[in-house]
Design a protein around this ligand. Structure first.
Ligand code: SAM
Ligand code: DTB
Ligand code: SF4
Length: 370
């Protein structure tokens, strides 16, 4: 299930701006139609965030309460113990989540004890028959592959905003670094989760620019989180106004139209939204949320409130997608098949190599389909 852009309409930035600016009822109607074509509108995917390492981050992302250089009131912690994380994941499952997303306030993943612990957590949560996602900062291709082999399904790494506005928000790493991480994730068997934030002082052009960059990734991301800025005291963006709900709805609808097959997640900012506002986001194509009292460090509507909302709106939380642990076994044999291909002498159509090439093709096909 890869969303190749050549199978879909590639929108220009101007077209994306025009979609965003459509009369709101037209926009919601159009997005709802696209949504119904590719998704079941009665289903909602529920993920729970676990902040496995909180605060003390060396980066300067202007929105982030976890950057060490800002003076925010958060409870910092080093990497949580395996048992604590597994218990939190079990609780999330009991409360109806089908996926856990582990977040770490790291610039990038470093080889060593902590990474080995994260791999063990991934494996443990995957064994609970839950989907697992991680957001750990920048990753290399080999780290992404190791995460996939441990049982990870998704890797989240956001573009956050347009390439132009990005420099106003973050200086310690560039847009191209983000794209490189997404490329590394894409080369592994992991699914790509990448989106951004609105309400950081950006223009509509920047919102469209971010959607342009995301929609031109080939394949497009399987998951796109849309966050409304949670303006946290002590960060450079502390004085930003609450994002108008209509902007969130427009952003969700536009994302749905330009990336029809992607799962659009209504992410941070829900505490500021009414049930009616969220209902319009679901109508416009959002089909996933983060559950629980807390996102990583900031508040989120609790599970009870969401259960009430789902019941009112007739939304049914989805089960975990079919188990694809086998996929990683397939991946290993794919690597073996590719290696045996490398042993071939150019021009010599040795039977074994032909067979290995065919096998690799089949395996690649089944990987794409799963
Ligand atoms: N350190 C890792 C990284 O930057 O990739 C992972 C954690 S980071 C907190 C994950 C994402 O959360 C960010 O890329 C940003 O989109 C989102 N985020 C962080 N602070 C936020 C805030 N105050 N409001 C909305 N979204 C926020
Ligand atoms: C994403 O796009 N939003 C989530 C998840 N991916 C990691 C994080 C939101 C964080 C909001 C601020 C906080 O709670 O610290
Ligand atoms: Fe660090 Fe991630 Fe926060 Fe940026 S968004 S400061 S990288 S935790």
């Amino acid at each position: 299930m890869n969303f190749k852009i050549n199978e879909m309409r590639a929108y220009s930035k101007e077209e994306i701006i025009d979609i965003y600016n459509k009369p709101i009822m037209e926009l919601i109607f159009e997005a709802a139609n696209v949504h119904r074509e590719f998704h079941d509108p009665s289903k909602i995917q529920v993920s729970t965030l676990i902040s496995i390492k909180t605060g003390g981050c060396p980066e300067d992302c202007g929105y982030c309460p976890q950057a060490a250089r800002y003076h925010t009131q958060i409870d910092k912690n080093d990497l949580l113990p395996y048992e604590t994380v597994l218990n939190l994941a079990k609780r999330a499952k009991e409360n109806g989540s089908s996926r856990v997303c582990m977040g770490a306030a790291w610039r990038n993943v470093k080889e060593g004890e902590d990474f080995e612990s994260v791999l063990k957590m991934v494996s443990g949560i995957s064994d609970l028959n839950m989907e697992v996602c991680c957001t750990l900062g920048m990753v290399t291709e080999s780290q992404a592959t190791r995460l996939a082999e441990a049982g990870l399904h998704y890797y989240n790494h956001n573009l956050d905003t347009s390439e132009e506005y990005y420099k106003e928000v973050i200086s310690t790493r560039g847009y191209e670094d983000r794209l490189e991480t997404l490329n590394n994730v894409r080369k592994s068997a992991l699914k790509v989760c990448s989106g951004g934030i609105i309400g950081m002082g950006e223009k509509i052009e920047d919102r469209a620019g971010m959607l342009l960059s995301l929609s031109r990734l080939d394949p497009q991301p399987e998951s796109v989180p849309i966050n409304a800025l949670v303006a946290v005291e002590g960060t450079p963006l502390e004085e930003q106004n609450i994002v108008p709900v209509w902007d969130v709805i427009r952003m969700i609808a536009t994302t749905r139209i330009v990336m029809p097959k992607t799962t659009v997640r209504l992410s941070a900012g829900r505490t500021e939204m009414s049930t009616e506002g969220q209902a319009l986001c679901f109508m416009a194509g959002a089909s996933s949320i983060f559950a629980g009292e807390k996102l990583l460090t900031t508040p989120n509507p609790g599970e009870d409130k969401d259960a009430e909302m789902f019941s009112l709106l007739g939304l049914i939380p989805t089960e975990k997608k079919k188990d694809n642990t086998g996929k990683f076994k397939i991946r290993k044999s794919l690597v073996e098949a590719e290696e045996s291909k490398k042993w071939s002498r150019p021009g010599h159509a040795i039977e074994r190599n032909l067979a290995a090439t065919e096998k690799a093709k089949d395996l690649r096909k089944s990987l794409k389909e799963s």
